[in-house]
Unconditional design. Structure first.
Length: 475
């Protein structure tokens, strides 16, 4: 994918953000031994080379007119500047030293302190400054005003490939676009029913505005209250989990606030725990402004990111001794995200969605994924502008405008990835409907979920063959 070689950084899902996340010491990079601390310094030496290589590649992109949309490049500058201006004692990359184990020898602690300070001040800060200055003075003025891949050399072929990669199907951009529009219309009908149940007078657009601005849906004053609410949702789910699943991961799970350096442009996400269950899986929740944090979709969000969504599926996969070792970390997006979106629909079976606003939140999250089919293909295959995609989303969902802008800019940065959620969910729901229809009273929801989950991440064609064989074996 030559286009992305020449656009090596984005404002989201980008290596410079992953490295910073590891530097904080709460992610997958261990900081338990002196050797861990020394190994991280070696990795950072390579990371400095990566940052300079990005400048080289982006200059090549300028020469070949393969450049980022201006709106995305602008979002990267505050991220980079935060690593330039922060004093070393407060610097994210100094965090491991602040948390250094007292069991280390005093000489090692002093030496590592000196080496980490030198790495930050002499290597990382200058490298970040070189990159920031290049983007600000040379790259940004020459960024493109278009939003999609279609405006780049070989853009159509690149996007067609990415759709096949992310969906594991041969669906075309046009087919996905039309499927998305049909799903949007279907979900709008369900939303009308939910609005009527709540008793709101006015059309859906007015109800979206009501949900976005409702003080009752923004009750929190401290970030810890948001985290506590998610933990309470998990407690309610656990009461009924055994009625729907008989597989359970060994690894633990926790909810955390997203780190401040990436919180402003981050979405909620799950980071798997370690295979040996020593490090728990983490559900990260961005809370950039707790007073405006809206909880109306929190139950669906927990189902998706945590239990029985990503935490369940990814943990069971890496703990599955029946799978070859190389498949344990495999993460095929259309399966992983399709499962997580399907998991949102299990709320009523798991004792959730008694609050009609939370049920509307589930519909809103499903709508969000249906809209992705329309706007992702619109941006990258049909010449839609960033503003056109934002307006389509505002017209059809209850997300805040700031949230929608962040999402649209995500699709601009990661073409095709966002369509995988809905494509995967529709296939899993289709297979469940087929199994229920074929097996009748013999259908066992636990056994069905076992069949979906016990082979790891599968392309949709293999998943369908597997479930069809399972159904046939019971007839």
């Amino acid at each position: 994918l030559p286009s992305f070689e020449l656009m090596p950084l984005f404002q989201i899902q980008s290596l410079h953000l992953y490295v910073a996340q590891m530097a904080g010491g709460t992610s997958v990079q261990p900081f338990k031994t002196v050797n861990d601390y020394e190994n991280w310094l070696k990795r950072l030496a390579d990371y400095e080379v990566f940052l300079d290589t990005c400048i080289f590649k982006m200059k090549e992109g300028l020469a070949k007119q393969v450049v980022m949309p201006k709106a995305l490049a602008e979002k990267m500058l505050p991220q980079l500047q935060g690593f330039i201006s922060t004093p070393v004692e407060s610097h994210l990359f100094y965090t491991p030293i602040k948390n250094i184990p007292e069991s280390f020898a005093l000489d090692d602690r002093k030496r590592l302190d000196r080496e980490y300070r030198a790495m930050i001040l002499d290597k990382l800060v200058p490298a970040y400054k070189r990159l920031n200055d290049f983007i600000e003075t040379e790259y940004l003025p020459n960024c493109r005003t278009t939003s999609g891949l279609g405006s780049l050399p070989n853009g159509k072929a690149t996007y067609d490939y990415l759709l096949r990669l992310h969906t594991t199907t041969n669906l075309t951009a046009d087919e996905i676009h039309e499927l998305g529009k049909r799903e949007v219309e279907r979900i709008l009908g369900e939303m009308e029913k939910a609005k009527s149940e709540i008793g709101f007078d006015g059309d859906l657009r007015a109800f979206f505005d009501h949900v976005r601005s409702s003080e009752a849906q923004m009750p929190f004053t401290e970030p810890e209250e948001v985290i506590a609410n998610f933990n309470a949702i998990g407690d309610r789910i656990n009461l009924r989990l055994g009625q729907v699943f008989d597989l359970k991961p060994k690894v633990g799970f926790e909810v955390r606030r997203t780190e401040s350096f990436r919180e402003a442009s981050a979405s909620a996400e799950y980071v798997p725990g370690s295979k040996d269950a020593v490090r728990s899986g983490i559900f990260y929740v961005p809370i950039p402004d707790v007073l405006s944090y809206n909880k109306f979709a929190d139950e669906a969000l927990f189902l998706h990111e945590a239990i029985p969504g990503h935490h369940y599926q990814l943990s069971l996969q890496q703990e599955n001794d029946q799978l070859p070792e190389f498949l344990h970390p495999e993460s095929m997006g259309v399966f992983v995200e399709g499962w997580a979106l399907y998991a949102e629909s299990l709320g009523k079976e798991l004792g959730l969605y008694a609050d009609p606003y939370q049920y509307f939140g589930m519909l809103s999250m499903e709508m969000h994924r249906a809209i992705r089919l329309v706007v992702d293909t619109g941006i990258h295959a049909k010449g839609w502008t960033r503003e056109q995609a934002i307006q389509y989303s505002l017209d059809n969902e209850a997300e805040s405008e700031d949230g929608i802008i962040t999402e649209i800019e995500r699709y601009m940065a990661t073409p095709g990835q966002a369509v995988s959620y809905k494509i995967g969910q529709l296939k899993i729901r289709e297979l469940r409907n087929r199994a229920e229809s074929s097996l009748g009273r013999a259908f066992d929801i636990k056994a069905f979920h076992n069949q979906i989950l016990n082979s790891g991440s599968l392309p949709l064609v293999l998943l369908e063959k597997k479930i069809d064989s399972w159904i046939a074996a019971q007839l």
